[in-house]
Every structure is written in C-alpha cells, then in structure tokens.
Ligand binder design. Structure first.
Ligand code: ADP
Ligand code: ASP
Ligand code: MG
Length: 410
C-alpha cells in the first residue's frame, strides 16, 4: 500500500476531456490499496483570465489583495469539483476539498501567502472512507477564515506541503513537460532532460525563473525530505526526481541548467547623495512594503561628484509599487529622478560544481558578447551567475549560453 500525492497543473486539466483523461490515468495506475490525494490547479489559463477580469473592473486589482484571493481561489474550486465528479462517474468514491477544508493554514499575506501548517485530519478521514481526496491547490485560509493564495504556481507548494504533513511515500508533480530540463525546452532547442537534480540546484533554478516548480515547493520538499517526482501528464516517460543527492551517474556537466526570467523590472534612482545611510533608507522603505529586491548596483558618477545612481531589480508585478515607494522618499534621499525599465530580462546559469571552477563566468559572458548582447548588471551566488540583459535578447541569450555549456546536447 502506498500513500501518494499527485499534483496536476493547469494545462493537465485545461479541458473537460483532459479532466476525464486524468481521472482515467489515476485509476489505471492505482494499485487496489493505494491511498491517493490529488492536488489540482485551475483549468488552463483560468487564473490569468480571472486576473484580467479584475483588471477590467479596477485599474490596480492587486490593490485589493483580499478580494483578488477571493476571486482567484474560485479557479481551483472548479477543477476539483469536476475531477471529483469524473471519478464518481467511473465508480470511484472521491471528494473535493478546498484548501480550508483540507486544513491548509496560512498567514494573512494575501496573494503572497505562506503556509503556517496543515491540519490533515479531514484528509485522513476521507481516505479512511475509501475516497480519492481531490484538494484545491494554491489556497489556504488565515486565522480569521479568509482565503489566501500562495503566489503564482502555488499548487506545487500545496502538493509538497500536503505530502509532508500526511507522511506520503511520494509526491508526483504532473505537468506538460516530461521532467526538468537543462533549460526551458520551449526556449532552448538543445535542452536535455535530467534524471535527477538536487533540491539546492532546483531551488536556485526555480528562483532564477525556471517556472516548472514554485521555489517554495522545493524548499518544502527539502525541509520534509520528500523526493519530488516531476513527470508528464500525457506520456509515461520516467521524468526527473528532485532529491538531496545524486544517485545515478549522469554525464558530468559543470553547470546543471540555464534559466531565464522575463518578469523582471529595473528601477533606477538617479542623483542620490553619496552619504552613509541613503541605501539603507531606500531598501528599508521597500522592505516595509514587502517588496523583494533582487540585483542591486550603486555607481559613483565620478571621483569628484558626491552623487550616485542606485539601480535595482524587482519582480515586474511589484515594479509600480516599488517606484511609488522610492518616489515617496525621493525628497529625503535627494534623488533627482526615479525610472522604471520593464524591457529587461535575467539570464542565469546554475550548478553546484561551478564553485571553485574558474572561468565559468568568463565563458558565460563570452557567449553573450559573441551574440552582441550587452550585460547591464551581474550578480552571483555560490551556485549561480546571473546577467541582466535587454528583454528582446533573452531567447538568443539562453540558446547561446546553453550551447556553450552543453555542446551537442540536442
Ligand atoms: P503547470 O501548469 O503544470 O504547473 P507550468 O507552466 O507552471 O505547468 O510549468 C511547466 C512549464 O515550465 C513548461 O511548459 C516549461 O515551458 C517551463 N519550464 C521552464 N523551465 C523549465 C525547465 N528547466 N525544465 C522544464 N520545464 C521548464
Ligand atoms: N492556478 C495558480 C496559478 O496559475 C496556481 C498554480 O497553477 O499552481 O498560478
Ligand atoms: Mg506551475
């Protein structure tokens, strides 16, 4: 007997036909005494469409974060109800549960919620009755009973958190690609599928834009020590296991992957006084507004001038608010202007073996310069190097860098 969590993403349940196929696949893969918990996303582009709908009613929908959560949580409720009905029609007992009913408790950070804990009693109760339990991903509830969503892609995190809390044997993430690739296979022609990847490398890839997994889901898997199996909804390919260590030998590449993120904006604060405390003032104000800042550069214009420019990047979704925050303190920091540039993207390489391996950065910069792509900002971590470039160059950049590190991988 196995206790298995299976998560199906939006493209896997995009149409009534696909929902029926998911139910059929679950039943044909299921051993008689398997206990199955499913975590399901909203159908297809439903979440995007709901956000667009709100945008037709008000100019800044995220200003009304609680109501955005009330709106967005409806998407997952449609798919869980339909999937549970599909099981019933096939003679399989099943029940759909919202995040709240499944015991998913979050903080009150609407649209960016964090899971505080899971009370899985109801899940166990329903499994004991012989049900397949179909849970709405991406959502939980705060202490006051308000619906809270977990950030885009949050169903991955729901699935791994539920797997951890119920002590599942495995957590399977079914999606529209058949595993984790060395770059987004929709962008890099030569991208290769990996059999395994470590939590640390996957977490870095996810943070740097590999949208296949929400970063928090990988953190959660590491925390609970749950291997995460990413595989295709539509084929039976073996997929990729995300776990602590590698167990099989793969051809050794110095880097594991190339990622890109187009949802990045650059904010330039011009003409700031070059005196102690100014950057502290800027970034404290941003932190107070709950805005995560990524790359930061402070440049002195000339040795004589007492003026600097501070440049930083944020997620595009936070860019307008970040600008307002900085404009609000422009007088205090004596900034002459604040500008946003949305036409930027971040391209990164990730790999634990690059640590102590000289020349990796030079090869990445060389691949970009050979393609005549200018680098605006560089940042590094122990296991990654990132470059901010013009938005329009991003696909070319990913392919050039991928070819450099994975020659002939196609
Ligand atoms: P779901 O709706 O199932 O959650 P997502 O769209 O969130 O699916 O994630 C799957 C997509 O992630 C793929 O279609 C692929 O384009 C993208 N992706 C980005 N980077 C990678 C990568 N390194 N490996 C695999 N897929 C990736
Ligand atoms: N439906 C949500 C989204 O589109 C959550 C998810 O798919 O993981 O972001
Ligand atoms: Mg997703």
């Amino acid at each position: 007997m196995a206790l298995i969590v299976k998560k199906f993403g939006g493209s896997s349940v995009a149409t009534p036909e696909k929902i029926k196929n998911v139910a059929k696949r679950i039943l044909s893969d299921k051993a008689p005494d398997d206990r199955i918990v499913m975590v399901v996303s909203a159908m297809g582009d439903t979440t995007d469409n709901l956000i667009a709908l709100a945008g037709e009613v008000v100019e800044k929908p995220y200003h009304y974060a609680r109501e955005m959560d009330m709106l967005m949580t409806t998407g997952e409720q449609v798919s869980i109800a339909l999937l549970a009905m599909a099981f019933h029609s096939m003679g399989q007992p099943a029940i759909s549960l919202t995040g709240a009913m499944a015991g998913m408790r979050t903080d009150s950070a609407h649209t960016k919620g964090r899971i505080l804990g899971l009370h899985p009693e109801r899940i166990h109760e329903e499994l004991n009755k012989g049900n397949i339990v179909v849970i709405a991903g991406f959502q939980g509830t705060d202490d006051a009973g308000n619906p809270v969503t977990l950030g885009r892609g949050g169903s991955d995190t729901s699935a791994v958190a539920i797997a951890g809390a119920i002590g599942a044997d495995t957590c399977e993430i079914y999606t529209d690609v058949d595993g984790i690739y060395s770059a987004d296979p929709r962008v890099a022609k030569g991208a290769r599928r990996m059999k395994e990847i470590t939590y640390n490398e996957m977490l870095e890839m996810a943070r740097l834009g590999a949208g296949v997994m929400q970063p928090r889901s990988v953190e959660m898997g590491q925390l609970y020590g749950i291997p995460i199996h990413v595989r295709s909804t539509f084929t039976s390919e073996p997929g990729t296991i995300i776990r602590e260590e590698y167990t099989v030998e793969e051809k050794s590449f110095i880097i594991r992957g190339v990622t890109h993120d187009e949802h990045v904006s650059k904010i330039t604060v011009l003409g700031v006084s070059n005196v102690p405390g100014i950057v502290h003032t800027i970034f404290s104000a941003l932190a107070d507004a709950n805005i995560v800042v990524d790359m930061i550069v402070q440049s002195v214009r000339s040795a004589e001038s007492n003026v600097t420019d501070v440049v930083f990047t944020v997620a595009t979704i936070d860019a307008e608010e970040a600008r307002q925050v900085v404009e609000g303190i422009a007088g205090e920091i004596k900034a002459s202007a604040v500008a946003i540039d949305n036409d930027v993207a971040k391209v990164s390489i990730v790999g634990a073996s690059m640590l102590g391996n000289p020349g990796i950065a030079a090869r990445m910069f060389g691949a970009l310069s050979n393609a005549d792509i200018n680098i605006e900002i560089i940042s590094t971590s122990e296991i990654s190097i990132s470059c901010l470039i013009k938005g329009g160059s991003v696909k070319d950049a990913v392919n050039r860098i991928h070819d450099e590190f994975f020659p002939g991988a196609a």
